[in-house]
Design a protein around this ligand. Structure first.
Ligand SMILES: C[S@@+](CC[C@H](N)C(=O)[O-])C[C@H]1O[C@@H](n2cnc3c(N)ncnc32)[C@H](O)[C@@H]1O
Length: 963
């Protein structure tokens, strides 16, 4: 028995420990950051900060991603409420993996200690007379209050989106308040200007970096290849001269004035020896782009010659000789300008110094020696280290001097514990020594800490300039706590692009592998965190109406029908489980939560693991707000609908007992406290709220049902999680539709979807308050559906005040009414049209009617008052007017429950420094106040119309009388 039980327990305990270690790792990481502030006091020989940092990263739990969708009863596309899920599962798995690898790691470190140093030479190039440089990014300036950097970029979809004018073109763009307005006609030039402006901002920052470098003794820098985003793209590319010549010339002027060297390094995909035509074409375009950028710097002759473009040979494509031949042929076709600047660099996979030197000599191409790469790809007949190439130094130098270009080299070091070539490809954050190069070399330090790595080297060897940066603190500055806090919060809430990309790619791959799934080739999952909308799906090319965007097989839906838990715990899924009295009755919510927790605890054993990984773990719904945040909703009825306590009661009654009683089915759950399990249930519940769909069970479909999808969802419908369909965001104007088929759900385009457009589902005609409650976001387009709840007590108070009744008189009148029939609240809303069949909206929304049930109930009360308090009887002809005035007074009372006015709220929303939650709360309460105002204006209109009618009828009567 023990042998069976204990592994489970130790595994569970282990996972828990690893989770805690993850948290410690985070703490360690921040501690390390703080330590790193003290560059001045760092002692390289004692403290390997890089190793500590690497360890901290290894232990860091994977973070999470963004909120999700919802569902709406009357619409067929029923996404449920939304949340942010995280990759907590992933984190656990990874952390577990790390621990299992601990032993192996120890071995690795030991072997590493035995390994020859990467630079096994006695030569130290001292006294140093050369230039040390860093590549592309200055970490200190990047983190400044106004960041300075040259790699602002965007996605192609953003270029396409920015072909449309901003909602308010007179104002700057804002991530939520002033976006491109897709209802306006697109203009290619506008999109082009958008991306070119990014490039200009990048290029303008070169001067700032140069001046900063100069101040601290750095005179060598690589320019970012991302300077002008997509400039070499086949379709979206552009020339630089027409718009960037001046800015680049200014950068070049400053570089020349200060004697700084500028170089570039086109990316790894720029390969002119590829057997694929399109790769070579793209490489040619990219090299021309880099050449144009460097030429527009208008550098003095020697500096211009030194402004080289470093290129790798690229792949081997199965045949080194053939690849070299292709290189020769294509090199011959390059423009003279490109040829002048082109330099080849040995890489860390295939092309060693020994491979490249001959072709460089043959074609008159300088060879840049990268020590780090060389120590991975070296001539193993000799040995690792620099000994095999020191003899080649002269030949390498000649490849430069014969073109009258100042030689440069690259230097970096592998991370401390790296042994295998794969491990060693990772550059360390800083470097500890100088390579055995000539002391006047231009040496590019390729280390993650960029300029900080250069400083550390300067300080370690007291290189010229080492005393200049005493007064500067590295990039983790403590003079910007606010900014850093804000950023850290965002990073915590949303996973990093890398993590996101990995999880997203794994999910897409998983989805495509589901039998029966399809995914249109012209759509892609996209990151919309910049506008707080998590992920979504966009069209990459125009997609015609009715095209199938993707298909989700029913077997891929996660529900109580598809999860194997149904077979393992049939009792909770039987219909009787909903009916037996002595146990709490399960319901579709509780069963789906249990199913999701089952799949969660299964971890990598779950069929849905890649899907669960992309679900959210944190949420913006009011369920997770603090009291202070909820207070911002003021008098909105939303506040009373959050339902946290009732949700927790349900988890206690229905979810926890099932998990506790079946721990073998929920491995590791025994290491969770009740509170932990409740938190997990919250997470699953909120995910279901904003992501799930309602759909009819296959075996319960009406035999005669000929419609493909189901309009009305009856009691037998099931809630399920529909991968991919729930990646779609929603909009009041939507362009996609979910069709419920027997075997699959298909999502089709309702109208032509233009390239760059987001694909939107429809959650239903929800007011912003409901969008917030279920999905955690609000949007101006849904304000047409806003509602406000008028409590009946306010109407009664208004009646008493208007008619001068005492509370006893009101009570007496109330006794004449059947209290069971009385409604507590009435919902006021605007009259608005349904969306058109193609998902667009026409017409406006306006308040045009007092709800009939409110009118009837008020009439009944007034009637009862007439009966109970005959002295209060008013002129019959005035009854309508009195009713209207009673309602106006009630609305005033309702409005007065909101402490701020409409204009104050508008001012708050117009401000920039407002958190997303506050913005959402203010939007909700403002929408309600506006509706109250509109309803009041409507009633005032009725009153004044009636007065006008009275006036116009009065003289007639008088006239009649005088007759
Ligand atoms: C079904 S999910 C949609 C996919 C989700 N964006 C994601 O990252 O997984 C529903 C959630 O997406 C977000 N969402 C959907 N439509 C949105 C919109 N128009 N604006 C902002 N957020 C939106 C909300 O957080 C909502 O709870």
């Amino acid at each position: 028995m023990g042998a069976v039980v204990s592994p489970t327990i130790s595994q569970a305990a282990f996972e828990r420990t690893m989770r805690e270690l993850g948290e410690m790792g985070m703490k360690l990481q921040s501690a390390v950051k703080v330590q790193r502030l003290a560059v001045e006091t760092s002692d390289l020989s004692k403290c390997d900060t890089e190793k500590v940092r690497e360890e901290a990263f290894k232990l860091r739990p994977t973070v999470r991603r963004q909120p999700k969708t919802g569902r709406e009863k009357k619409t067929e596309t029923e996404g449920v409420g939304g949340l942010n899920v995280d990759a907590g599962l992933d984190a656990d798995a990874e952390a577990g993996g790390d621990a299992f690898e601990e032993k192996a790691d120890a071995e690795v470190v030991e072997r590493s200690a035995r390994r020859a140093p990467p630079v096994n030479s006695d030569v130290l190039p001292l006294p140093w007379k050369g230039r040390l440089g860093y590549a592309c990014l200055n970490t200190y300036l990047r983190a400044a209050n106004t960041p300075v950097f040259s790699s602002r970029t965007c996605r192609i979809a953003s270029i396409i989106e920015h072909r449309h004018p901003l909602q308010d073109p007179t104002q700057p763009e804002h991530s939520t308040k002033n976006r491109p307005d897709r209802t306006q006609p697109p203009d290619v030039q506008r999109g082009l200007k958008f991306v070119q402006d990014l490039g200009l901002a990048n290029a303008k920052d070169i001067v700032k970096m140069l001046r900063w470098n100069e101040k601290y003794g750095i005179r060598f820098m690589r320019l970012s290849s991302e300077m002008f985003p997509f400039a070499s793209h086949e379709e979206h590319g552009y020339k630089l001269a027409p718009f960037a010549a001046d800015v680049l010339a200014e950068a070049g002027r400053v570089a020349a004035e200060l004697g700084h060297r500028l170089t570039t390094h086109p990316g790894q995909y720029t390969q002119i020896a590829s057997p694929r035509r399109e790769v070579v074409d793209a490489a040619f375009r990219d090299l021309e782009y880099h050449h144009e950028m460097l030429s527009l710097l208008k550098l003095p002759e020697q500096s211009d010659r030194d402004a080289v473009m470093i290129l790798h040979m690229g792949g081997v494509y199965g045949d080194k000789a053939a690849t070299l031949d292709r290189f020769r042929q294509n090199y011959a076709k390059l423009s003279d300008g490109v040829k002048r600047r082109l330099v080849l660099e040995n890489d860390d996979v295939s092309w060693s110094v020994h491979d490249l030197l001959p072709i460089c000599e043959e074609l008159n191409i300088p060879l840049v020696l990268d020590y780090h790469h060389h120590n991975i790809v070296f001539d193993d007949s000799i040995r690792e280290g620099t000994q095999d190439i020191i003899g080649l130094y002269d030949r390498i130098a000649k490849t430069w001097t014969r073109k009258k270009i100042k030689q440069k080299m690259h230097y970096s070091e592998p991370t401390a514990e790296a042994v295998t070539p794969r491990d060693r490809r990772k550059h360390s954050a800083r470097v500890k020594t100088l390579p055995p190069c000539a002391p006047d070399m231009d040496l590019m330090i390729e280390a993650k800490d960029k300029e900080q790595a250069v400083f550390e080297l300067m300080r370690a060897f007291r290189l010229p300039g080492w005393d200049l940066f005493n007064d500067i603190v590295p990039y983790e500055r403590d003079d910007e706590p606010k900014k850093e806090t804000k950023r850290a919060k965002k990073a915590d809430k949303n996973i990093t692009p890398e993590e996101n990309g990995g999880i997203r790619a794994a999910f897409l791959e998983w989805f495509k592998a589901l039998p029966g799934s399809t995914f249109h080739e012209h759509i892609e999952i996209t990151d919309f965190r910049e506008r707080n909308a998590g992920r979504g799906i966009v069209a990459l090319q125009d997609i015609p109406a009715e095209a199938v965007l993707f298909t989700v097989p029913r077997s891929g839906i996660l529900s109580s029908e598809t999860s194997e838990l149904k077979g393992k715990l049939p009792e909770i899924f039987q219909e009787t489980a909903m009916e037996v009295d002595d146990k709490p009755q399960q319901d579709p919510w509780s069963t789906l939560i249990i199913v999701m927790m089952y799949e969660y605890f299964k971890g990598s054993e779950s069929k849905w693991k890649p899907y669960i990984d992309v679900l959210p773990s944190s949420f913006e719904t009011p369920m997770f707000w603090s009291d202070a945040e909820l207070d911002e909703l003021q008098a909105s009825a939303t506040r009373s609908k959050v339902g946290k306590a009732s949700a927790e009661e349900m988890f206690q009654d229905k979810v926890l007992p099932v998990i506790r009683a079946n721990q073998h089915l929920f491995p590791t759950s025994q290491t969770y406290s009740d509170d932990d399990l409740i938190q997990l249930a919250h997470r699953m519940g909120s995910t279901i709220m904003s992501y799930s769909f309602d759909f009819q069970n296959e075996d319960e479909e009406d035999e005669d049902e000929t419609e493909e999808w189901v309009e009305e969802r009856e009691a037998k419908s099931t809630m399920g999680m529909v991968p991919m369909a729930d990646i779609l965001n929603a909009d009041a104007e939507y362009n996609a539709h979910v069709n419920y088929g027997d075997d699959a759900l298909t999502v089709t385009a309702l109208r032509t979807i233009k390239a760059g457009e987001e694909i939107f589902n429809y959650y239903g005609p929800h007011p912003n308050s409901e969008l917030l409650r279920r999905y955690g976001y609000v949007t101006p387009k849904h304000s047409r559906y806003d509602v406000v709840e008028l409590p009946w007590t306010l109407v009664e108070e208004s009646v008493a005040a208007s008619l001068g009744l005492s509370s006893e008189q009101l009570d007496k009148a109330r006794e004449c009414l059947d209290s069971d029939e009385l409604e507590d609240t009435f919902v006021l809303e605007r009259e608005t049209e349904e969306p058109n069949p193609d998902g667009t909206l026409t017409g406006s929304a306006r308040f045009s009617e007092i709800p009939e049930d409110l009118r009837d109930q008020l009439k009944s009360l007034l009637k009862a008052i007439r009966k109970a308090v005959p002295s209060s009887v008013v002129d019959k002809r005035k009854r309508d007017e009195i009713q209207h005035n009673i309602l106006i007074r009630a609305l005033d009372a309702l409005a007065s429950r909101y402490p701020t006015s409409i204009s104050e709220d508008e001012r708050i929303l117009a401000g920039n420094d407002i958190s997303e939650r506050r913005r959402a709360a203010v939007t909700v309460r403002l929408g309600e106040k506006r509706l109250i105002q509109e309803a009041k204006n409507y009633l005032l209109g009725l009153v004044s119309d009636a007065a006008g009618a009275d006036e116009s009828s009065a003289p007639t009567k008088k006239a009649r009388r005088s007759d």
